[in-house]
Design a protein around this ligand. Structure first.
Ligand code: SAM
Ligand code: DTB
Ligand code: SF4
Length: 333
């Protein structure tokens, strides 16, 4: 059953289950709604890197961080399409384009629209993450055929202000509403391992699972600690704050149970995650990953390591998931 009326207590009870029972419930939900052993492959490209005015404490691209990431201009449309073609050849189904902006400027929109149309023309799904959107910008992206917009809540509403001060949780929700109103599928998740408490992880999953409609994609990132960022430096100083692998898997499992139809993406942080932990995440209901050897500014596992892991675990790439998405939207009406 698809529920958007979860209570915080119910989510907390799931987190508290004995691990075996939690995994059993997550697998049962997963098998009822998704093909077993199939994983969606997505590729990320940073189309505009660094120099971002926001102060997200985890991010290498913020001007408030001293991470050494160089700011670039928006990439040329043809260069983006070239990278999309390479990703398609490597077997990727979705091409996700990210820009380090607080919000897009209207003067950027023509190029953004050309990127969406070009990537769609190749037969790949498109996803963009460009920061906050006005209703008009969201409509333009929708009209261009954008399939997904990624906009994360990142953490619990209570913890949000400790991680980011330059925009509010409410502003995040507002952009998500604009995206929905424009008929674009929502990709929304966050980061675990930022030194947050179990209660924050409960609040994070609860906030996602009680949105008016569940996001069609839920990226669960494990913090990639970057030197020179507030949170990267905090974790380097207090190694005990690092999240336990089993607790990470629990978060994936609870997300799967609370949002049965969503694609749960095991996102940033796989490079430093053991194969055994990743296997547990897939068993817990994660069914999507970022492929390739780079995320936006940090490293990713790379395709040959992933191919070896898929062979070991008997996983295979999912075919395009158009019917699944239609079902998600209908089910949550
Ligand atoms: N600027 C846009 C925005 O924030 O909406 C889009 C790009 S932003 C890099 C996309 C997401 O990447 C963030 O919301 C965060 O969840 C994730 N992210 C960024 N840096 C990360 C890190 N060091 N470790 C894990 N996830 C990270
Ligand atoms: C998301 O939730 N994770 C991706 C995507 N959405 C845009 C980004 C991960 C970024 C990891 C840090 C970096 O490479 O800079
Ligand atoms: Fe900017 Fe996005 Fe990084 Fe925040 S997460 S600093 S908004 S690029």
């Amino acid at each position: 059953m698809i529920r958007t009326d979860w209570t915080r207590d119910e989510i907390a009870v799931l987190f508290d289950l004995p691990f075996d029972e939690l995994m059993y419930q997550a697998q049962t939900v997963h098998r009822a709604h998704h093909a077993v052993g199939e994983v969606q492959l997505c590729t990320l490209l940073s189309i505009k890197t660094g120099g971002c005015p926001e102060d997200c404490g985890y991010c290498s691209q913020s001007v408030h961080a001293d991470s050494g990431v160089k700011a670039t201009k928006l990439m040329d449309v043809q260069a983006v399409l070239q990278r999309a073609a390479e990703a398609k050849d490597a077997g990727s189904q979705r091409f996700c384009m990210g820009a380090a902006w607080r919000n897009p400027k209207d003067r950027d929109m023509d190029a953004i629209v050309a990127m969406i149309e070009g990537v769609r023309g190749m037969g790949m799904e498109t996803c963009m993450t460009l920061g906050m959107l006005t209703p008009d910008q969201a409509r333009r992206l929708g009209a261009a055929g954008l399939d997904y917009y990624n906009h994360n809540i990142d953490t619990s509403p209570e913890r949000y202000g400790d991680v980011i001060t330059t925009r509010s949780f409410a502003e995040r929700l507002d952009t998500l509403e604009q995206v929905r109103a424009a008929g674009i599928n929502v990709c929304c998740g966050g980061i675990v391992g930022m030194g947050e408490t179990r209660e924050d992880r409960v609040g994070f999953v609860h906030a996602l699972a009680t949105l008016p409609r569940h996001p069609e994609s839920v990226p669960v990132n494990a913090l990639v600690p970057v030197k020179g960022t507030v949170l990267g430096d905090m974790l380097a100083d207090t190694p005990l704050a690092k999240i336990d692998d089993i607790e990470f898997v629990r978060t994936v499992a609870v997300a799967r149970i609370a949002m049965p139809l969503s694609m749960v993406r095991l996102s940033a942080g796989r490079e430093s995650m053991s194969e055994a932990t990743q296997a547990l995440c897939f068993m817990a209901g994660a069914n999507s990953i970022f492929t390739g050897d780079k995320l936006l500014t940090t490293g990713n596992r790379g395709d040959s390591a992933d191919a070896a892991l898929f062979a070991k675990l008997g996983l295979k790439a999912m075919a395009a998931e158009e019917p699944m998405r239609a079902r998600v939207c209908e089910a949550a009406e």
